[in-house]
Structure formats: C-alpha cells, structure tokens
Design a protein. Structure first.
Length: 240
C-alpha cells in the first residue's frame, strides 16, 4: 500500500481530486487531498498566506502520516512539493509533477510563468493589491482549464475557485541536491494544456531532469477529464 498526498494548483483546493481518490483507494492505497492555506476549507486570510505557510502545512501532514508518502503536485504548486522535499527528503518516496512548476534552486514560479507566453489565462487574471491576491475570470474557465471536461466541472468551479496568493509565486525556492535532489522525480505532461503550456512543461523537465516523463493528451485538468488514465500513471509510478 502506498500513501499519496495530492496537492492542488492555483485558485483550486482539495476538491480537484474527488474523482481520483476513490480510484486509488479501490486499489488498496491511501490518498489524501490537502487544502493549502487560504484555499478551500482552510480559512486563513489570503492576505496572510506565504509560501512558507503552505510548506509548513504540507510538512505537518507528512509528519503525521505513517511511513513514506508520494507527493503529487499540480500546476503552480509543484513549488510546494519541491520545497517540502527539501525539508522532508527521508519521508518522501517520490515526487510527481502534474503539468506542474518544477523550478530550480533560487528561482520563482512567477519567473517561469512569465516565459509561458502562449498560455490563455494571463489576460483574465484580476489582481487585488490590497490583499496581495488574484482571481481568474470565469469566462476563461472552460477554454483555459477544462476544455475536455464535463460542463458540470466548470459549473462547480464557478462556485469553488477562490483568491490565490501572489506572495507564494514570487518567493524563491531553496533547494539542495543532497535533500530535494535525492528524492525520485516523475513528470506528467498534459500535451493539450492551455494554462501551463507544453512549451514551459518541457522546458522545466528538461532543465530539472526527471526519472521518467509521461504524457497525457488532455487539458490542464486530467483529474477531471481522464481520472482513470491519470490513476493508471500514478499507480505505475508507485510501482517503480
């Protein structure tokens, strides 16, 4: 039995994984979806959220979990699983980046996002300087995040997506080869992704080499559009 900890991306929360968890559990594994600070059921004021707070919450969950874990990070919050691996390399069996930001030491998620000029989301981001946050305008949800998903997912997103912290994306990662670098890394590329495009995904997993790269012909959200196929990949990774 393996334990998967599933980490959502920008604006989202633990509900991302509601189709994935039952599939993994049916195979005898444990799967835990976390709400990062300020997201979902975590009611930390978004103006107070820092990257360190997110790392601390994930590390606490890792510490409370028996045995080693497999961390799965989606989108922006690949940065969270990377930094957690720096702090808890002995507790993390594998890192899985799902269309996720895989950033080297000293760099920020924002620096890499800025290089992704073909993505469709940026013109639809609304910034709130007073709370240090931003939201995504609803009219781009379907095209940008869920183009191959049921319309019910877009409808749910309009109720559930929330503000995202700016601070987390502009905080440099602090990674060492002897800690973060010692944890096995795998990448799942979404080849039809319009949010984190294949260009930037390929750049990241080429610069920070992963043990194996899988490809899914999906949008940014295969946990909604192809949960069974995604779980097959996760189980394949778990078995290696």
């Amino acid at each position: 039995m393996k334990t998967f900890i599933l980490v959502h991306g920008s604006w989202h929360s633990a509900w991302n994984w509601h189709k994935v968890i039952p599939i993994l559990e049916a195979q005898g594994h444990k799967a835990i979806a976390i709400d990062l600070p300020g997201m979902g059921r975590d009611k930390t004021p978004i103006s107070e959220v820092t990257l360190q707070m997110a790392i601390d919450k994930l590390c606490k969950l890792i510490d409370e979990t028996e045995g080693k874990v497999i961390l799965v990070g989606h989108s922006k919050n690949g940065i969270v699983i990377s930094q957690a691996a720096e702090y808890r390399p002995h507790k993390i069996e594998k890192l899985v980046y799902l269309a996720a930001y895989l950033i080297p030491n000293g760099k920020t998620q924002a620096e890499y996002s800025a290089q992704d000029t073909e993505g469709v989301l940026k013109p639809y981001v609304t910034r709130y300087p007073e709370t240090g946050s931003h939201t995504l305008q609803t009219e781009i949800y379907k095209e940008g995040l869920y183009h191959d998903c049921d319309d019910s997912i877009t409808a749910l997103a309009k109720l559930l997506l929330s503000h995202e912290s700016v601070a987390t994306g502009i905080t440099p990662l602090q990674l060492k080869e002897e800690n973060f670098g010692s944890v096995r890394r795998f990448y799942i590329e979404c080849t039809e992704d319009r949010a984190v495009t294949p260009f930037i995904q390929q750049k990241m997993y080429t610069e920070t080499v992963c043990e194996k790269v899988y490809q899914m012909p999906t949008s940014h959200s295969p946990f909604f559009s192809r949960p069974k196929e995604l779980c097959e990949i996760l189980l394949d990774i778990a078995g290696q």
